[in-house]
Design a protein around this ligand. Structure first.
Ligand SMILES: Cc1cc2nc3c(=O)[nH]c(=O)nc-3n(C[C@H](O)[C@H](O)[C@H](O)COP(=O)(O)OP(=O)(O)OC[C@H]3O[C@@H](n4cnc5c(N)ncnc54)[C@H](O)[C@@H]3O)c2cc1C
Ligand SMILES: *[C@@H]1O[C@H](CO)[C@@H](O)[C@H](O)[C@H]1NC(C)=O
Ligand SMILES: *[C@@H]1O[C@H](CO)[C@@H](O)[C@H](O)[C@H]1NC(C)=O
Ligand SMILES: *[C@@H]1O[C@H](CO)[C@@H](O)[C@H](O)[C@H]1NC(C)=O
Ligand SMILES: *[C@@H]1O[C@H](CO)[C@@H](O)[C@H](O)[C@H]1NC(C)=O
Length: 499
């Protein structure tokens, strides 16, 4: 009888689920006992602080680790790794829990090592490098460096975001066109490997190269060093270039005028530009004087006016560089701890485009149309193109694990939950919505992407090709086999499979 057999199946499923649940609870208890014995502070799901200990920015993916360890020094990190190995569970480090794909907590059943106690900052005046702990975040580090040394490092546009995580995943920011992305500025990494050994990985080493795009796959970052820079002037210009109420054809033509301005070498590298989908307003900062800005932007405005006559440039002069940091990163950059975690339920997709295959009019229109097609009431679309082309022209894909040589645009489209719970078809809906653009893009060159904004639903084949390319990926697989042979750090969506 169909009825009884399906009832039987349900009973079996129920029994095995209960068994899995029991097994999970036993695992949690035994890991907790191991951590307790080693003197490592830790919590499991029955503890009162669990919700707080597993809080994350991405609400779409509820974290389900088996336990969270809060080590206070390096030897406690080693103890936590050994407890995980004994219990045969995977490990992921959580820095500040901003991963858009929930990678900090990783797959269900991980032992999470929360690095929040590792927030040391120091500056070496001989090398001009900033040393930061594996749990430090952007705001406090940028402020420390500016207040004490009047220096800067390129960073993401979020003050609470973790440094280690954001740097290993790209970290594109408003000064990246002339100073490089955070990944490019990573000088060295102090890693703890699966067996508790500590390695200082500097330029020329496999681990340093691997950290620059795929870092979480190889160990726990205890600390790292970053190159820092003087800023061109202590001030900046903030600007906005609005097209007015225009249609897709005009907005696409204007976007191509911006692209031409850049590819013809007329756009200064010290300028950031974010073209927002939907409103077609471009905003950015110029890290130089007002007169240099006026001179540089004039030909762009003129060229955009030829296709969008209502174009309107507004500028605001920012008296100090720090004002630009606050404007770009948020007021949390001045707050203790870099402000609050925050969060939302959303799904992100991203693509990068290179100088060699600049956007065509067809691709541009397709992007704008795909974005405008998003029309579900419970999901709001948001998206932009960040102008990248700048010193990336001198970077080769093989320089770092993350292939980003000659990048010209970083394109990102999100679907954000407006109310209720994330719909079960939400990811598929957003992917289908942007499919026409993706297909148009694929016609001119293989797809490329951005680690921090990777589409969490891609297959290994897809993300490895987009983020690393075949050569870099093969090299990463070899490094993985050498330094994490048992795959202790493989409990998350972008784990490099060993070869
Ligand atoms: C408000 C906001 C603004 C953002 N702006 C930008 C932006 O402008 N540009 C950009 O590129 N990205 C941006 N991001 C994305 C952000 O850079 C990434 O999500 C980044 O990975 C977050 O790092 P985290 O430590 O906060 O997150 P986590 O979720 O804690 O960690 C992210 C990844 O890094 C790993 N990791 C963290 N610390 C360690 C460690 N010590 N050792 C080993 N692995 C570690 C984790 O295991 C995980 O895989 C933004 C995110 C938010 C929420
Ligand atoms: C978690 O608890 C700590 C300490 O009580 C507190 O400082 C922090 O803000 C809490 N975090 C969240 C996300 O609630
Ligand atoms: C230009 O933009 C500014 C600021 O958004 C606005 O105040 C002004 O009215 C606009 N001018 C035109 C001509 O649209
Ligand atoms: C939303 O877009 C889809 C696909 O373009 C279309 O079929 C549908 O009619 C639209 N729905 C609304 C409410 O506009
Ligand atoms: C730890 O693992 C690394 C990488 O496999 C190896 O080089 C190192 O010798 C190991 N350390 C110990 C103490 O076994």
């Amino acid at each position: 009888m169909v009825h009884s057999s399906s009832y039987g199946q349900q009973l079996l499923t129920l029994l095995s689920l209960t068994a899995a649940g029991l097994c999970q609870a036993q695992k949690a208890d035994s890991i907790k006992a191991c951590l307790d014995q080693g003197g490592v502070q830790a919590t499991i799901s029955t503890d009162a602080t669990w919700a707080n200990d597993t809080a994350a920015f991405q609400f779409r993916i509820p974290p389900q680790p088996v336990a969270v360890a809060l080590p206070h020094d390096k030897s406690q990190v080693a103890t936590a790794l050994s407890c995980a190995r004994k219990a045969s569970v995977k490990v992921s480090a959580v820095g500040r829990a901003h991963s858009f794909q929930g990678y900090g907590h990783g797959n269900p059943g991980n032992l999470v090592i929360d690095m929040q106690a590792f927030t040391d900052l120091s500056f070496d005046t001989t090398t001009n490098q900033l040393m930061f702990g594996g749990g430090a975040n952007v705001g406090p580090a940028a402020k420390y460096l500016w207040d004490n040394y009047r220096r800067h490092f390129p960073h993401v546009r979020g003050s609470h975001v973790g440094l280690a995580g954001s740097i290993m995943g790209g970290g594109f920011g408003t000064t990246s066109r002339f100073l490089g992305i955070p990944t490019d500025n990573l000088a060295s990494v102090e890693y703890m490997l699966y067996n508790g050994s500590i390695v200082n990985a500097g330029p020329g080493s496999d681990l340093h190269w691997a950290a620059q795009g795929a870092g979480p796959s190889f160990g726990i970052v205890l600390s790292a060093k970053l190159n820092t820079h003087e800023v061109p002037v202590d001030g900046a210009v903030s600007y906005s270039l609005a097209l007015g109420d225009v249609d897709v054809d005009t907005a696409s033509a204007a976007l191509l005028k911006i692209q031409q301005w850049v590819t013809s070498g007329k756009a200064p590298d010290e300028l950031s530009l974010r073209y927002t989908l939907g409103t077609y307003v471009s905003t950015g900062f110029f890290y130089g004087t007002e007169s240099d800005f006026d001179q540089a932007i004039a030909p762009l405005v003129e060229s955009v006016r030829s296709v969008a006559p209502a174009v309107n440039l507004t500028t605001t002069v920012l008296p100090s560089f720090w004002d630009a940091e606050v404007a770009a990163t948020g007021s949390g950059i001045n707050a203790v701890n870099g402000g609050q975690l925050g969060g939302r339920a959303f799904f992100v997709q991203s693509w990068t485009v290179t100088n060699d295959h600049a956007l065509s009019l067809k691709q541009t229109k397709s992007l704008l149309q795909s974005f405008n097609s998003l029309n579900r009431t419970e999901i709001r679309g948001s998206g932009f193109l960040d102008l990248w082309g700048g010193i990336s022209r001198d970077i080769a894909d093989s320089d770092t694990a993350f292939a980003h040589g000659k990048n010209l645009w970083l394109i990102r489209v999100d679907g954000q939950l407006v109310s209720g719970v994330w719909p079960s078809d939400g990811n598929a809906y957003l992917q289908a919505g942007l499919k026409p653009f993706e297909s148009a893009l694929k016609k001119s060159a293989p797809l490329r992407g951005f680690v921090n904004y990777v589409n969490s639903e891609l297959s290994v084949k897809e993300w490895s090709a987009r983020l690393y390319g075949a050569k870099n990926f093969a090299k990463l697989q070899k490094i993985k086999a050498a330094v994490d042979p048992k795959g202790l750090f493989s409990g998350y969506g972008l784990a490099i499979p060993a070869k």
